[in-house]
Design a protein around this ligand. Structure first.
Ligand code: NAD
Ligand code: DAU
Length: 355
């Protein structure tokens, strides 16, 4: 079996669902259930014995050791993290704790476990660390996309904490020989995306008749990857990635934020026309920019394509349509994640921003 951390979050839950749809290999899912972790994402697996959910912290060494001893996983996939840039600006502490200290503690327990494995079990074991393109910093409009050899230049507390975790993972390979794989992804989107992030926030706010807050001039560029393409890339890297290597993974879909918001509005105009027949674009407002806002991310995914033969299956047009449709069909999920905690976050992040 495999051990997945953070498997109740956006990407982790998509990965667990996708994994168990593709294979019968069981998954232990270790997740502390922060505001971003949601067992409802995994409701389709209720009663499925191939999925073992454990509520706990990657930084809890005793718990991690007991899971490794009991289940003897052949691989660990580390998705667990604090993941939202704006939250890291308001309060970096949790990011340092989970992304750096948590990853360190996890690595320590995994190293001890791997050291005790024998023969094939030891040879075949992998620790796959899920990271982000944000560790490379910001690109100007004309610079080439990030390759695996770009310098690390993280600009937010979030990306700095992810960069630190990447460095720890690298060091555990270089120093102790731990068989690691690191994947650096561009912006994911799709089902179960928590509505603090751009795409789900815009869908949810549009349908609620609220404003659509675009930071600054809306011309910041992100490179969008549909989440199931991310899942297939992880499966491929786990299967055939070279130990100690880094793989950049993106969708070849660079888009300015404002284009994304316009696309979401146009799809909603078609699929859920406003009562007054006007476009949802009327709800767009320009608000004070994010401090230290990175201008552009772009991933050069040539290495994984050439070495491992992976390519994304979705275009942005197909992926965004599926995403908008999913939110329209899952209004109960949307209502359930908009707890008091969520409303407090919206107030904290948006109330002080001048329009
Ligand atoms: P998310 O915030 O939706 O989910 C994170 C999950 O980790 C949650 O279920 C949370 O409960 C869990 N978690 C947090 N701290 C934990 C701890 N100490 N112990 C155990 N579980 C803990 O994040 P996501 O968007 O699904 O991102 C998953 C991973 O992918 C992260 O490592 C993130 O940095 C990386 N990533 C995300 C994107 C993206 O666009 N969302 C892109 C590139 C990389
Ligand atoms: O690049 C990968 C990263 O993508 C991941 O590592 C992060 O975990 C993930 O959250 C994401 O980070 P971003 O900061 O790019 O995502 P976010 O959805 O927060 O913002 C996307 C862009 O939209 C960014 O330029 C900021 C802008 N934005 C965001 C929000 C929430 C707005 O204009 N308005 C908003 O209200």
């Amino acid at each position: 079996m495999i051990l997945v951390t953070g498997g109740a979050g956006f990407i982790g839950s998509n990965f667990v669902l996708d994994w168990l749809a593709q294979t019968d290999e069981a998954v232990i899912n270790l997740d502390i259930l922060t505001y971003a972790g949601n067992r409802e994402n995994l409701a389709a697996l209720t009663g499925d014995e191939r999925h073992i959910f454990v509520h706990g912290d990657i930084g809890d060494s005793t718990l991690v050791t007991s899971l490794l001893t009991k289940y003897q996983p052949r691989a660990i996939l580390n998705f667990a993290a604090e993941s939202h840039v704006d939250r890291s600006i308001h309060g970096p502490e949790d990011f340092i704790q989970t992304n750096i200290v948590g990853t360190f503690r996890l690595l320590e327990e995994v190293r001890a476990y791997w050291n005790n494995l024998q023969n094939d079990a030891r040879r075949n074991f992998r620790f796959l660390h899920v990271s982000t393109d944000e560790v490379y910093g910001s690109l100007t409009k004309d610079e080439p996309a990030f390759t695996e050899t770009n310098r690390y230049e993280p600009n937010s507390p979030y990306s700095a904490s992810k960069a630190a975790s990447d460095h720890l993972v690298r060091a555990y390979h270089h120093t102790y020989g731990l068989p690691v794989l690191t994947t650096n992804y561009s912006n994911n989107y799709g089902p179960f995306h928590f509505p603090e992030k751009l795409i789900p926030l815009m869908i949810v706010n549009a349908l609620a008749g609220k404003s659509l807050p675009v930071y600054g001039d809306g011309q910041q560029i992100r490179d969008w990857l549909y989440v199931t393409d991310h899942c297939s890339a992880i499966r491929r890297v786990l299967e055939a990635g070279r130990i100690g290597e880094v793989y950049n993974i993106g969708g070849w879909n660079e888009k300015p934020n404002l284009d994304i918001v316009h696309t979401v509005c146009s799809l909603l105009d078609d699929l859920r026309t406003r009562a007054d027949k006007k476009s949802y674009k009327e709800q767009i407002t320009y608000v004070t920019d994010r401090p230290g806002h990175d201008r552009r991310y772009a991933i050069d995914a040539s290495k994984i394509e050439l070495e491992l033969g992976w390519k994304p299956a979705e275009t942005f047009d197909t992926g965004i349509r599926k995403t908008v449709q999913w939110y329209l069909e899952n209004q109960d999920w949307v209502a359930n994640v908009q707890s008091g905690n969520y409303r407090e976050w919206v107030e904290k992040n948006y109330a002080g921003r001048a329009v």
